[in-house]
Write a protein that binds this ligand. Structure first.
Ligand SMILES: Nc1nc(=O)c2c([nH]1)NC[C@@H]1CN(c3ccc(C(=O)N[C@@H](CCC(=O)O)C(=O)O)cc3)C=[N+]21
Length: 305
């Protein structure tokens, strides 16, 4: 399970792997219900009506209820003030039925994103975006309370496909706070030798070509070409770029940061878009929420315990 291959690389079936993780989580949720009489709760906050954000938020809320968790929805108008959003975060921080808080990004331009993310209780920071959680992720011998979902999903794919990490060369394309940087730090924790390439790197291609593991997270449609890939490498494509496609009813098509058709011919493993990292991001969000709930339930001072 979890892969298929006819020509070239093994295509990693992220959707199938995410589905089996959902099943594992659903079992743990029913165990918690049977033993504690409580279920994990995930609050998803959305500000404004961006179409892509609404799609992702809908998927997160649906996945949450499907595994038996409680979904708490906070939908605010695009002109909601920073104070209003902060008030909602504070209320969720104090709510004993909420174990995870996700504020969908990007926030409207008038809102200071950093201020909102800093206000989320680190015990409920299921996105893993709080600076304290990111800081611990980077430090030797320290463990954050939560690892960011997309980076955690990339590692989970490598682990479940039994792709070796220790001692291997990994190259991360992109250095965003939510994917590139944390995934590089995680690969470092798993003892890969990690390089990060970005918009100011002079020769991305030759660096990527040395990699046993490539994580493409630059947000540039199909920028990683087939001839950038070392034969047999594992290629994990984090990109979610919508490009114009007049042959589609919607007029657009979702593509990754990797030229899939060409890279598949040389890689050892490759993730498709869609159906690769995307579903894993949601599976890891549920996993983080479950972990947060288990920590809360095992605390004697927890108000509902
Ligand atoms: N606070 C916050 N946390 C996030 O984790 C977060 C966020 N903000 N803002 C936006 C990005 C994006 N993101 C995705 C989640 C699932 C898919 C996913 O499941 N994609 C499907 C396809 C979906 C489609 O067809 O549009 C797939 O790749 O197969 C993609 C992207 C989470 N993000």
């Amino acid at each position: 399970m979890g892969s298929s291959s006819c020509e070239g690389a093994v295509v990693i079936d992220g959707k199938a792997i995410a589905n089996s993780i959902h099943q594992e989580i659903a079992q743990e949720v029913s165990y918690l219900w049977n033993n504690y009489g409580r279920v994990p709760g995930l609050a998803v906050v959305i500000v404004g009506d961006r179409k892509d954000s609404q799609t992702y938020v809908r998927m997160k809320r649906k996945a949450c209820t499907e595994v038996g968790m409680k979904s708490i929805s906070v939908d605010l108008p695009g002109d909601a003030s920073e104070e209003t959003i902060l008030d909602h975060v504070m209320e969720l921080n104090a709510d004993p039925e909420v174990h995870g808080i996700l504020v969908q990004l990007p926030l409207p331009k008038h809102v200071n994103e950093e201020r909102i993310l800093n206000a989320i209780s680190i015990e409920k920071d299921v996105d893993g975006f709080h600076p304290l959680n990111i800081g611990k992720l980077c430090m030797k011998g320290r463990e954050p309370l939560f690892v960011p979902c997309t980076p955690k999903g990339c590692i989970e794919l490598l682990l479940r496909m039994e792709i070796p990490i220790k001692g291997k060369r990994a190259v991360v394309v992109g250095r965003s706070n939510i994917v590139g940087l944390p995934v590089a730090m995680l690969l470092n924790k798993y003892d890969a030798t990690v390089s990060i390439v970005h918009s100011s790197t002079t020769d991305c291609k030759s660096l990527v070509k040395e990699a046993d593991i490539v994580i493409a997270a630059a947000g540039q449609a199909e920028m990683v070409k087939g001839d950038w890939i070392k034969p047999g490498a594992a290629v994990i494509d984090v990109g979610t770029n919508y490009v114009k496609d007049p042959t589609k009813k919607s007029g657009q098509r979702l593509v990754g940061d990797v030229d899939f058709t060409e890279a598949k011919k040389v890689a050892g493993w490759i993730t498709p878009v869609p159906g690769g990292v995307g579903p894993m991001t949601i599976a890891m969000l549920l996993k983080n929420t479950l972990e947060g709930a288990k920590r809360a339930f095992s605390q004697p001072e927890d108000s509902n315990a």
